[in-house]
Design a protein around this ligand. Sequence first.
Ligand SMILES: NC(=O)c1ccc[n+]([C@@H]2O[C@H](COP(=O)([O-])OP(=O)(O)OC[C@H]3O[C@@H](n4cnc5c(N)ncnc54)[C@H](OP(=O)(O)O)[C@@H]3O)[C@@H](O)[C@H]2O)c1
Length: 269
Amino acid sequence: MPITHLPLNKSASSDPWEDFANVFRRGQLPLPQGWAEVFGPLRKGAVDDLVIVGQIGQSLDGRIATESGHSKYINGPAGLVHLHRLRALVDAVIVGVGTAIADDPQLTVRQVSGPQPARVVIDPNGRLCASARVFADDGVRRLLVTSEGTRGRAPAGVEIIALPEVDGKISPSAILLALAGCGMRRMLIEGGANTVSRFLAAGCLDRLHVMVAPIILGAGGPGLILPPLERADQASRMPVRVHKIDDDVLFDCDLSDQRVALGVAKKSM
Ligand SMILES: NC(=O)c1ccc[n+]([C@@H]2O[C@H](COP(=O)([O-])OP(=O)(O)OC[C@H]3O[C@@H](n4cnc5c(N)ncnc54)[C@H](OP(=O)(O)O)[C@@H]3O)[C@@H](O)[C@H]2O)c1
């Protein structure tokens, strides 16, 4: 399996990342060298015109947080830059309410240049308070996905998407279709484990970026939570590309074979 080494930093005189991201968004010209290997697969959907990427930053022993829920920062600085590059290339960043409460993330692009994606929280029971940083009124679209009949506590200006629950869960496909209806084409499911796992189990991811840091946490939350298997040979296996990002190793998993068709036709720009 070939391992590529990605460029880490902006050059002093110009910003090759900005050039790359501009070409990426325009969608017609071939991508310049540099990040094409890792971000090229996110340019166009393999199954339909939506591109859905999940991400997990985990330790060598497969944990995304300590037992107390602390996860800043499992990955090194270059891994964090990679996450911000992902954010800069998508229309929307989606997190579960567990992450919004535990980490109070801003979900903005700060480590690289690029436009700010819309911020989406899935909070079926209205648990997130109005002062959460994802709801900050900074000119960026903010959306709350909740269950029908739930009275959320989102501040004015936050768009509410109320969807039905089936067996206590909102269907990930229904969430993506609703967001596509709001103009989102490329979407990043940024965490946590519970949320990424639901999208994965529902066949709603095109790619999964697993960024492995050379640390051992020993205990704490797992990266994915899926139904148990009887035997190891029943495990799902997928094509992967592997990239070395400073001390971290990125497994870019191609899930297009198991991705359900969501059927929306308009490209992200
Ligand atoms: N290392 C990393 O890459 C990374 C990234 C993000 C977060 N984290 C860590 O992960 C932990 C939080 O993860 P988590 O797994 O506990 O929580 P989470 O995935 O952030 O949020 C899970 C909750 O979101 C709601 N939800 C998500 N999808 C839903 C759906 N399809 N239908 C209905 N509800 C849905 C549910 O809320 P209800 O509970 O109200 O039903 C669910 O319990 C924190 O410790 C955080 O620091 C790590």
